[in-house]
Design a binder for this molecule. Structure first.
Ligand code: C5P
Length: 398
């Protein structure tokens, strides 16, 4: 959740400032870009060198660094940040945030920033309990800032009670949870099908197709980034799914049907990307078929159209997205499928477009919605195509 996030970590004058070194380390390990702002008092507790080394960025303590002659632009820093964490925040800085005083770089950045702000207070128990501190906490919360409450235990003064800054690991867990909950598909159950199906002829042969599963896997990854709980039901493919996804491996259309139908009632959004076989051998030979004759006739029977059967079961609050891979009269076939299979979106890819469809790393799609409105996209990588499909899904799930 914190990967590539730009984070400003404010550190105030408190003995808990030693914990900010661990916090920087954990944020950097989680993939965040961290810039530390030390208040003048914070610099008495922990050195800029420690925090600069851990954050791999210069540490800012004042507007103007005399040694380097560098002017630190608080507006630029405030707008750079995706989130600001002030840990530890002292009673003094808390009061400044509550009243809008900006007499140092950190408080000026706070006033300039538009991003979410989290504060983790650290102070002695009586300072924490004081009515003015509690009023300031209430006030800054009413501005939309989030307070990460202090814990109880032994304090630097030797007293026992509330006022210890939350542990760095707990701050990270807290931030990750909040970021997760803010994602647009948080809590949604999403099912994605991918890959081909193999329909057995005999114990060694099957009827299959060229689907690689790349489009379905890319979709599952992008939908997961939006916070959804993903179940990826995939036919045979060499692709590896990220460990965050629940993966169900199937071989035949029948197995895919059973896997899809059994979880469909709990699913909010379904994207059927698999290239499911339309026909399978009517009889599967129990032993390998010998090449005795010049001709071999296979009798095929229709498989169940999984998408159409889910379309019949679909409730009003469920979203169903299908694919149409066509070679001729593409748009009419795609629109026909949208209506016939009761879909909310149909994604058309044509084998006439070079670089679209099976195996390649790129795809070119056209999306039709229920009102049969058409959006045509350029040729893109399958990851970028997946992002476009996600945007179309978000558009109708509002
Ligand atoms: O009708 P057609 O097979 O072209 O429709 C393609 C769409 O239907 C895809 O979304 C595919 O995953 C789905 N499908 C299915 N079960 C089948 C055949 C196709 O779910 N037996």
């Amino acid at each position: 959740m914190l990967k590539n996030k730009n984070i400003i970590l404010g550190v105030c004058g408190s003995i808990a400032a030693y914990k900010s070194a661990f916090l920087v380390r954990l944020l950097v390990k989680a993939g965040a870009n961290v810039k530390v702002i030390l208040t003048p008092d914070g610099a008495n507790f922990i050195t800029p060198l420690t925090l600069a080394t851990l954050s791999k960025n210069p540490v800012y303590t004042q507007y103007f660094e005399e040694e380097t002659g560098v002017w630190s632009n608080h507006v630029e820093l405030g707008l750079w940040a995706d989130l600001i964490i002030i840990a530890p925040i002292s009673a003094n800085t808390l009061a400044k945030l509550a009243t809008g005083i900006c007499d140092n770089l950190l408080t000026a950045i706070y006033l300039s920033a538009k991003c979410p702000v989290y504060v983790a207070p650290a102070m002695d128990l009586d300072m924490w309990k004081h009515e003015s501190t509690q009023n300031n906490i209430e006030k800054i919360s009413s501005y939309g800032n989030t307070v990460i409450s202090p814990g109880s235990g032994e304090l630097a003064s030797g007293l026992y009670g509330e006022g210890r800054m939350a542990e760095p690991e707990d701050i990270i867990t807290f931030l990750e949870q909040i970021l997760k909950e803010s994602l647009p598909l948080y809590g949604k159950n999403v099912m994605v099908t991918a890959g081909p199906t193999y329909e057995a002829i005999d114990p060694v042969r099957f009827i299959g197709n060229h689907s690689s599963g790349k489009m379905g896997f890319a979709l599952a990854n992008e939908l997961a980034k939006l916070g959804a709980n993903i179940t990826l039901i995939t036919g045979p493919t060499a692709l590896k799914a990220s460990t965050e996804l629940k993966r169900i491996d199937v071989v035949s259309a029948d197995e895919m049907l059973n896997a899809c139908s059994s979880i469909f009632p709990e699913i909010d959004i379904t994207v059927m990307c698999a290239a499911v076989a339309d026909y399978r051998p009517k009889v599967v030979a129990t032993e390998k078929i010998k090449k005795n004759d010049n001709e071999l006739l296979l009798e095929l029977e229709k498989t169940v159209d999984i998408l159409a059967s889910l379309g019949r079961e679909k409730k009003a609050n469920q979203i169903l997205v299908g694919f149409a891979l066509e070679t001729n009269d593409e748009e009419n076939y795609a629109k026909g499928k949208l209506e016939k299979k009761n879909l909310d979106l149909v994604i058309l890819n044509s084998l006439n477009d070079k670089g679209a469809g099976f195996k390649s790393d790129t795809n070119k799609i056209t999306i039709f919605n229920k009102a049969l409105e058409r959006t045509v996209f350029e040729m893109k990588s399958k990851t970028e195509v997946a992002k476009d499909i996600c945007a179309a899904i978000l558009n109708i799930s509002k």
